[in-house]
Each structure stands twice: as C-alpha cells, then as structure tokens.
Write a protein that binds this ligand. Structure first.
Ligand code: NAD
Length: 500
C-alpha cells in the first residue's frame, strides 16, 4: 500500500529507499504501471467520480470531463510519447569541436514535492505524480486540506502495483507543506495561489530548491464582430462556468466588439438562465456547488464592489450571499478598475465589457497582473493569430476556450503573476528531469588548442582560425580547414613539448 501521512522527515527517508528500485526501471517499465493505472481509472471511474464529488460538490459531468478524462488523456500521452521524449538525444557539435559528439541525457532529479490546490483534487494529484514518476523521480504529494480525497490516491496507486515508497501522500495544511519543503526536496511543483507561491519561493530560496509555480489567472476572452455570436456566447458560458468558475483558466473577462455587444450579451444571459445546478447523481446537471466557504467572501465582495459602482446584474436569480450554490450571473457596466475585473474570482460571474478597436481589445486583455490563458474569436484567422501573439499569457485558444489544456502534448503554464515553468507535454517531462549534457571525445593522443601552454604563436593561429570561423560569408568547413589544421598541429607539438 502506498504510504500516507508519515511525518515529513520519514517521508523523505522512505523516498530515498524508493529511489533504488525505481531507478532500476526503464521508462518502458514505468509505462507498464501507467497503463495499469489508466485502465484502473477507466474501469473504476464512477466510484472515483463519487469520491471527487463528496469532497468538492462539483457536478458529475464536471468530474468526468475535467478530472477523469483529463487524467486518462495525460496517461495516454505518456504511454505514446514518454519513451521518445526521454530518450538520449544527439545534438549539433560545432566545427571547432570536430571529431567529438554531443548528447543530452534526461535523468531523474530525485524526489519531487508536489503541493496541490482544492479545485481539481484528483487531476492535480495524478497528473504531476505520474509525470514525475515516468521521469524516474520518487514523489511526495501533499493535497489541499480542503479536498484531501483521504486515502484515494494511495488506494489507486497500490491497486496498480506502485511500490509504497515511490509515491507517498502527506496530509495537512500550509504548515505541513512548509515542513516538507524544509526536508529539501530536489524540486517543488506547486499549484495554488499567488500568495502561497511567494511564500514557497521565499522558503525554497534559502535552501536553493528549484520551484515551479502554477498560479492563478484572470483570463480574457476577446470576441470580434465577425465571430459566430451564438457559438462564442456558448463558449463563454462554458469557459466561465465549468467547475462553477473554480478553475485557474476559467474565462473571467469577456471583451466583445461594440457592434455585436447587445446580441452577444443577451444570448449569454439566455444561456446562463438555462444552467442546471446540482451536485447530481446521474450526470444531468451542468454545474455543482462552490467547494470552500472562504471563496464565498471573495465573490460577495466583488459583487458588492461592482453593484455599488453602477454595474448591472442581468440574471433574475440573484445569490442570497450565503449559499454555496451560487447561481451564475452576467454583469456589465463595469469600469476596468473594479475588483471583479482585477482579482481572481473563482466563481460563476461572467463580466462582459465592450471594446471598439483591435488595439483597445489587446490593451484591455493585457491590463492584468495575471497571464495564464486567453481566447480570441474571429473568422479572420490572420487577425486572430496577430492578437494571440500580442496577448501576454502562457496559453491562447483561437475560436475556442480553455482548449490548450485539452491537449496533453501542449506545455501548460503562465507568465507574469500566473507563475513560471511548464508542465505537460515534452517540456513538462523535461522539467522533471536533470538535462545532463554529455560531450564525447576519443581517448586520443591529441592536445587541445585551448589547453596550456598559451604562446604568442598559438594566439596568432587561434585568431586566424576564429576569423575564418566567424567572419563574413557562409560557415564552411573549407574556410576553416587550413587554419584549423595549422592550429591543431602547433597545439599538439607545443602541448607535448611543454613550455620551454
Ligand atoms: P493555496 O495557495 O491556498 O493552497 C495550495 C496548496 O498550498 C495547499 O495544499 C495548501 O495547503 C498549501 N500551502 C499553503 N501554504 C503553504 C506554505 N506556506 N507552504 C507550503 N504549502 C502551503 O491555493 P488554493 O486555494 O488551494 O487553490 C486555488 C488557487 O490555485 C487559485 O489561485 C487557482 O488559480 C490556482 N490554481 C492554479 C492552477 C494552474 O495550473 N495554474 C490550477 C489550479 C488552481
């Protein structure tokens, strides 16, 4: 059985034991466990969804589509591509190093500490754990104290034959997280808020632990007048309300070009009024409830701030300010400095803002401290691409929403206060690896030109070779060969004889 809730020091000791058996496995061997895990999750999905719902209150379809399907897709990606991505790689060797070879080895870092948030508790456990494992690392996982899914990760991994020291789960709050960091993991993979990200980075700095921070977002959606209004409104509805808006990449600012603004907003209001909200048992509800009580205060404050400053709430079914079943709300008439357009919301609010020009849309979208994800909607693919390139985020979907996350081959991560580092895809596997550079030379009798002794003659020959190598005209072996051979002959002679 995968170990759980051992104290931080013991967890790291166990992880060291785990390393000896894990490093004996090839990537292909490790993928046999990943395949078992994929089939186990697929087979037991209904029970897993119930467990996820018990901790989060989300709708059954949200749990199926965002957590279970997302995990299966990621595992399938690993099975198809991890061997290729982690294979020793030959890279270019420059002319000046003629006769040598250059390679990169992708080796494990050691023990990865994974600290996760509460919004996708099963996905945020299995995806980073398996990426770390396939790369050959042992993992210590600390779930959020709000959605620990107590015992579930251990149960699932054990059923698939994972050694108890390869992955361990340590439960607790921020204090436990900090105690785990103090044990000096080889890397911290953190997903959570900007505030905690800063605390973690501060603690890690003193111990020189590399950190990857996957933080919050305030994702813009830009809808141009030539977009399909009905489809774009349906996309905004899903992007803003999936998981009841408790997603780091949910749509939190909807910018719509003036000529279609009224049509778009009324379609969004019409669709939002049809949302079915329930922590259901059969998949027949769109959204469930909020997961944590403390989120309610944030949403209450943002709504009050908007309303007191002239914003209009378009749905009649208004929230009582207390229930965790917050109904969706479409808001407009908001000035750009209001909280609802600046702070992360993490709830079912859909703020709509008009714009006139492409330039204005880009400026408004970039007017945020966050830079996680965005979307651009237009029939004009040149314009959509131009705008996508100007938006300062880690991910952009064109004529779709939150779709970069739907492809496990794409790297995922943010810029600005949304964090740094990339996980998923090739970049994600490499981020859990020590990229070891190897330069192979033959054991010959040759003395290198850059070795001692340095002499006036060598200085001249080295300069000649440098000028030929990097001077005007195309790079060519022909240009380099004569000064290169002269320098080599002289360096061999003077190297063997030594300084006279
Ligand atoms: P949080 O920062 O409050 O907590 C995240 C985790 O950090 C929890 O496990 C918590 O116990 C732990 N923690 C708290 N203090 C700590 C400390 N000092 N040292 C070590 N660990 C500590 O975040 P949350 O409220 O659980 O999650 C919501 C946030 O996560 C939102 O901002 C959301 O946008 C973000 N998020 C980002 C992504 C992404 O991929 N970028 C994905 C999901 C959620």
């Amino acid at each position: 059985m995968t170990k759980s809730n051992v104290n931080p020091a013991l967890a790291f000791k166990n992880a060291d034991h785990g390393k000896s058996s894990l490093t004996k496995l090839t990537v292909k061997d490790r993928l046999a466990y990943i395949q078992k895990l994929r089939l186990y999750i697929l087979e037991n999905r209904e029970e897993l969804i119930t467990r996820i719902q018990n901790d989060t209150g989300k709708s059954r379809s949200d749990a199926l589509m965002s957590e279970i399907f997302g995990i299966l897709d990621h595992l399938a990606y690993l099975e198809k591509f991890a061997v290729k991505v982690l294979k020793d790689k030959s890279v270019h060797t420059p002319m000046a190093l003629m006769g040598k070879k250059s390679k990169i080895y992708f080796e494990p870092l050691g023990t990865i500490l994974i600290i996760s948030p509460w919004n996708y508790p099963f996905y945020q456990a299995i995806v980073p754990i398996t990426a770390a494992f396939v790369t050959g690392n042992t993992a210590i996982y600390k779930p959020s104290e709000h959605t620990p899914l107590e015992g579930l990760v251990e149960e699932v991994l054990s059923a698939c034959g994972f050694d108890e020291n390869w992955v361990q789960v340590v439960y607790g709050n921020g204090k436990t997280g900090s105690e785990l960091i103090a044990q000096k993991p080889d890397k911290i993979f953190f997903t959570g808020s900007e505030k905690t990200g800063k605390l973690i980075m501060r603690q890690a700095a003193d111990l020189l632990i590399p950190v990857e921070l996957e933080l919050g977002g305030k994702d813009p959606m830009i809808v141009f007048e030539d977009a399909n209004v009905k489809r774009a409104a349906a996309g905004a509805l899903w992007g803003g309300l999936t998981n009841l808006g408790q997603s780091c990449t949910s749509v939190e600012r909807i910018y719509v070009q003036k000529s279609i603004y009224e049509d778009f907003r009324s379609e969004l209001v019409r669709l939002a009024s049809q949302i079915k909200q329930e922590t259901d048992e059969d998949g027949d509800a769109d959204v469930g409830s909020m997961t944590t009580d403390f989120q309610l205060d944030i949403i209450r404050k943002q709504l009050e701030d908007a309303e007191q400053n002239g914003a209009k709430l378009h749905l009649e079914n208004k929230w009582d300010g207390k229930s965790k079943m917050i109904p969706p709300q479409v808001i407009d008439g908001i000035s750009h400095e209001r909280l609802v357009l600046n702070e992360e919301t993490f709830g079912p609010l859909l703020p709509v803002i008009p714009f006139e020009t492409e330039e204005e849309a880009v400026r408004l979208a970039n007017d945020s401290e966050y830079g996680l994800s965005a979307s651009v909607w237009s029939k004009d693919m040149k314009r959509a691409d131009r705008v996508a390139r100007q938006i300062k985020t880690g991910n952009v979907s064109i004529n779709n929403v939150m779709l970069t996350e739907g492809n496990a081959a794409l790297p995922f991560g943010g810029v600005k206060n949304s964090g740094f580092g990339r996980y998923k895809g090739e970049a994600g596997l490499h981020s859990f690896s020590n990229l070891k550079s190897i330069l192979l030379d033959k054991d010959s009798s040759k003395y290198e030109a850059n070795w001692f002794p340095y002499t006036k003659e060598k200085y001249k020959l080295f300069t000649d070779m440098t000028l030929k190598l990097f001077g005007k005209g195309p790079f060519s072996t022909l240009k380099f060969i004569l000064p290169g051979l002269k320098l080599e002959a002289y360096s061999n002679k003077v190297g063997k004889a030594g300084r006279k």
